[in-house]
Design a protein around this ligand. Structure first.
Ligand SMILES: [Mg+2]
Length: 312
């Protein structure tokens, strides 16, 4: 007999809550939450659709991880400390094996970051996973897209292009590179460490060039980026440079952070890099205007055929 919505939620999603800022979690018409005083609430939502945002044959445990990870990445980009999540799940059928895998992957990541699932709903239809996540940031300390100024340095965390490489070379990619696509790690510790240091930040979901472009647009600024400085994993280093650069510049799904730092604060970054356990690479600087200039080692301009993923 198929599970009712109530049975499905209680079996797979109603976990004991270990946060004392949750007065009432799953089971009523709405959750009751107690945001801490002196904090702003950072609130974000993202939808994942089967066949659009993930391959149909991804293991459900990875889909559960990924659905939460891409949402938490937006909180990381704001410098927020994650707290709560709400899940709206549309499923073709109440497939218990799928639900078991999905909820396992979801809660593994949720538990690692002390995120409580406090509500949601389920419906029948084509597979669609919509999450809303909430986190806290001290008043006025959020990392925003509109704070970059001419002269600020541009940095990225980790390496770029690996998830795009895995998507294009699924059958031949090694396990570590596939993990970059299946199980992105939201840079939450880095985002929090960059409060008061970074002048602007965004997470790289659509591709480095497109996402840096969002900072430039909101900050009304331009940028010069030295393409040979883009951080590449050993797998991408072995590729033809034009292929590696295309992936690093325009493939999405890396969920690294791209951020800008005033020259006076750049000295803070080596300690932050060590503390957060991730490489931080300076790739260029913000300019007063001129759009996004991509430069080769000899100073020649590089054109980007496909400036990142477009949703529509
Ligand atoms: Mg984002």
């Amino acid at each position: 007999m198929p599970l009712t919505e109530f049975e499905l939620i209680s079996r797979y999603f109603d976990r004991p809550v270990r946060r004392d800022d949750v007065a009432l979690g799953i089971g009523d018409d709405a959750a009751l939450l107690r945001p801490p005083p002196g904090r702003e609430l950072a609130l974000s939502t993202d939808t994942l659709i089967a066949g659009v945002h993930f391959r149909d044959d991804f293991p459900p445990r990875d889909i559960g991880h990924r659905a939460l990870a891409v949402n938490l990445s937006d909180l990381a980009a704001m410098g927020a400390e994650p707290a709560w999540a709400i899940l709206a799940l549309t499923l073709p059928a109440a497939d218990e094996q799928w639900l078991d895998g999905f909820s396992t992957g979801f809660f593994e990541l949720a538990d690692a970051h002390h995120v409580a699932l406090v509500g949601g709903n389920t419906a029948r239809g084509p597979l669609n996973i919509t999450l809303a996540v909430a986190g806290f940031v001290p008043v006025g300390m959020a990392l925003r897209r509109d704070g970059a100024r001419a002269g600020d340095a541009i940095y990225v965390s980790g390496t770029l292009g690996d998830a795009g490489y895995a998507l294009e070379n699924w059958r031949t990619a090694d396990a570590a590179t596939r993990q970059r696509l299946l199980r992105p790690l939201p840079r939450l510790a880095l985002g929090m460490a960059l409060r008061g240091v970074a002048s602007g930040a965004i997470d790289i979901s659509d591709g480095f060039a497109a996402d840096l472009g969002h900072i430039l647009e909101r900050s009304r600024a331009g940028a010069r980026v030295a393409v040979e400085r883009l951080p590449l994993s050993p797998v991408l280093h072995k590729l033809d440079r034009s292929v590696a650069w295309r992936l690093a510049l325009s493939s999405g799904d890396d969920y690294e952070l791209c951020f800008t730092v005033p020259p006076a604060r750049e000295g803070d970054l080596s300690a932050i890099s060590a503390r957060c356990g991730c490489a931080l690479t300076r790739v260029g600087e913000i300019t007063a205007g001129g759009g996004l200039q991509l430069l080769a080692a000899d100073g020649a301009a590089i054109t980007l055929e496909r400036a990142g993923h477009r949703h529509f």
